[in-house]
Write a protein that binds this ligand. Structure first.
Ligand code: MRU
Length: 392
């Protein structure tokens, strides 16, 4: 097994200083932005300077911890009593939860911190001890992500190799398609679906990763392309419209995607375009695998119809972001000049003339396996839904 190459970082911390890489500017410039407040974190998540379900949960948790740490250092008023801590903390958690609606990891993180608050209050702890518990729990939310990503990547990778072998293949030379960006930029490190692809590469099983551009935000062409390049994983970009053609003309062994929310029956919300890929994969009998941490499974939602789908501002479907092309020779001044280019005609009715859901729901019956850090769930023969009890 090759050593894991250093992936990109979405968040870096130094004491209570938090910085995120502005993903709106990647891959042409790498700029870190300091997150100095809860409002900064909320804005960065809402405007997609940081995105990816686990990464936004990690940032929310770290910003929350830093806010409490600053308060403790300054002997803030909320340290007056346990009730004062509660009155201070609850609105912050509620506010962070409103930043983006579909990725349940953010809600799972804020619910987990609320549960810590309630447990510490019930245990009769004083204000400082309650804050210490909350800060520790918030750091855990961010820190535990990398380890579980590696676990699920291994579960899913080994499972896929076995399936390919059972179907008469050698289990190596695998070609895998992914959608969106699910690597270290979307998580605290290693990634979910892109983690599985990385694992296949590290174990010598991967021939090539294919990835869709993922319009309109281009998480594929801007972020996954950069991650695969840094990891030196052989890869091929395709436009979102080329999935069918790819399956018709190339031997693709699996489609592997992340998730923003998985309902109790296995219906899965993920980046817009995932459903299209699943439908075409089913037609071609290509395994379709969802890789996501347990915190992405929302047992309170029975099926996909209950998953809230975020619609992004219409203007975002009319723009592309990138750098001026061709760049000046020899990487001279302006080589990474950013451009945001309008691709629709002036006068297009933004209020009525644009459909821009950020996610779609892939029904469970199109999903072959759901992988979490606990293992791999598959549907029983003849069943169209999942029993996720073994993997949550
Ligand atoms: O809108 P985004 O870029 O936050 O959407 C990201 C995705 O849909 C990812 O596939 C999902 O969050 C899983 S990231 C490990």
């Amino acid at each position: 097994m090759q050593a894991t190459k250093l992936g990109l970082t979405s968040i870096r911390t130094d004491g209570d200083k938090i910085e995120i890489v502005n993903q709106l500017l990647l891959p042409h410039s790498t700029e870190f932005i300091e997150i100095k407040s809860i409002e900064d974190a909320h804005e960065a998540i809402k405007s997609m300077k940081i995105r990816g379900a686990p990464a936004i949960a990690s940032l929310a948790a770290l910003a929350f911890a830093a806010e409490l740490e600053r308060g403790v250092k300054a002997s803030a008023d909320f340290l007056a009593s346990p009730e004062a801590v509660k009155a201070y903390v609850k609105p912050i958690l509620a506010y962070l939860y409103t930043a983006r609606p579909t990725a349940v990891n953010l809600g799972a993180a804020t619910r987990r911190l609320t549960a810590t608050l309630d447990a510490s209050l019930e245990a009769g702890k004083d204000a400082s001890a309650i804050c210490a518990d909350l800060i520790a729990e918030a750091h855990k939310v961010a820190d535990e992500d990398v380890g579980r990503n590696k676990k699920m990547s291994q579960w899913g990778g080994d499972w896929l190799v076995d399936v390919v072998k059972q179907n008469g293949g050698s289990g190596s030379g695998l070609n895998v398609l992914t959608v969106c960006n699910t690597g270290s930029l979307a998580t605290s490190g290693y990634g979910t679906a892109l983690g599985l692809i990385t694992y296949l590469h590290e174990t010598g099983k991967l021939a090539s990763a294919y990835y869709t551009q993922t319009t309109p935000y281009h998480q594929g062409s801007r972020l996954t392309a950069l991650e695969l390049q840094k990891l030196e994983i052989p890869s091929v970009i395709i436009c979102d419209t080329m999935v069918g053609s790819l399956f018709q003309h190339h031997d693709i062994h699996a489609v592997v995607v992340g998730a923003d929310r998985i309902a109790r029956n296995g219906d899965t919300a993920n980046k817009i375009g995932t459903y299209n890929a699943a439908v075409i994969a089913a037609r071609h009998k290509i395994p379709f695998i969802v890789v996501a941490p347990i915190s992405t499974v929302d047992l309170a939602v029975a099926d996909g119809s209950g998953i809230p789908i975020e619609h992004r501002p219409p203007i975002e479907a009319c723009l592309v972001r990138g750098a001026i092309h061709p760049p000046p020779p020899n990487g001279g001044p302006g080589a990474s000049t950013q451009a945001v280019v309008m691709i629709t005609p002036p006068g297009l009715d933004l209020a009525k003339g644009v459909y821009n859901p950020s996610f779609d729901v892939t029904p469970a019956e199109l999903i072959t396996a759901i992988v979490t850090e606990k293992g791999v769930a598959t549907r029983r023969p003849g069943e169209v839904v999942f029993d996720l009890s073994g993997v949550v």
